[in-house]
Ligand binder design. Structure first.
Ligand code: ZN
Length: 267
């Protein structure tokens, strides 16, 4: 089976170094395997989407020499697919309506056997299987998690009517025939939940590669919140320098030339 990788940015702000590393990393893994590399805009969480940000991210990726295969997939246009998956989960008894307000920590299973009297359905939860889910991450090795004890039954459709990230990702990866997921290791803790959903829906589980996150001087993940700077896209010199930093972070030293040549020589 030929490799299909993907990059799936959320359009909540401009691309920063951390997301460039994930983009370059996923591109390298897919291309080294002679595979395809797909682009998916994860705009399922519509209230968080910053208008124009998706276009900005795509332009920046192009500027950095990254070319994707096929058409761009937009989660916001795929509600029908998520509805179908939810219907399948419901028909198979894997989900139930939950009338609780937002809860922190492990969900106690309040609505597992039916809504308590007087409560209305707000969200839809997935019954976490009470078993250890194990997978072999290419960089982290064996990872094991029992979702029932780590997070409990988790939300797949939110109280605001939007589909949860976990369900959208699983449906999209399967529907796009993705065989290899390369992303930041902040998503390592989502993987067991996603595998549980894949099994419930009868999907194959892709190969996982969780890359170390780029951290700031305080050792925290770079994000818009802690003021990670958007990537330079205008000045060629700075684009080349930034791409060299991203490649070095992935353990690859290449001679500075054009972004395209640098990526080709990293293969
Ligand atoms: Zn509940």
């Amino acid at each position: 089976m030929s490799t299909v990788g993907r990059f799936a940015p959320s359009p909540t702000g401009p691309l920063h170094l951390g997301s460039l590393v994930a983009a370059v990393g996923s591109w390298l893994y897919a291309r080294r395997a002679g595979g395809r590399w797909l682009m998916r805009i994860e705009d399922v969480d519509t209230p968080r989407v910053v208008p124009g940000s998706a276009e900005e991210i795509l332009a920046a990726l192009t500027r950095y020499g990254l070319e994707w295969d096929g058409e761009i997939v937009w989660q916001s246009r795929r509600t029908r697919l998520y509805e179908d998956a939810l219907a399948t989960l419901r028909a198979r008894g894997f989900v139930y309506d939950c009338g609780c307000s937002r809860t922190d920590g492990v969900y106690p299973g309040t609505c597992r056997n039916g809504l308590p009297a007087g409560r209305e359905a707000r969200a839809v939860r997935f019954r976490a299987p009470d078993e250890v889910i194990a997978f072999d991450d290419v960089l982290h090795g064996r990872v094991e998690e029992n979702v029932a004890t780590s997070v409990g039954d988790f939300v797949v459709k939110r109280a605001d009517g939007l589909f949860a990230y976990q369900l959208a990702v699983v449906v999209d990866d399967a529907e796009q025939s993705v065989t290899q997921v390369v992303r930041g290791d902040d998503l390592l803790s989502s993987t067991a939940r996603q595998i549980a959903l894949q099994r419930a829906l009868g999907y194959a589980t892709p190969e996982y590669v969780h890359l170390p996150l780029v951290r700031n001087a305080d050792g925290e993940k770079l994000s818009k919140r802690d003021g990670a700077l958007p990537l330079p896209t205008l000045d060629e010199r700075r684009v080349v320098e930034t791409l060299a930093i991203a490649l070095r972070f992935l353990g690859i030293d290449v001679k500075e030339s054009t972004p395209r040549e640098m990526l080709e020589s990293a293969l």
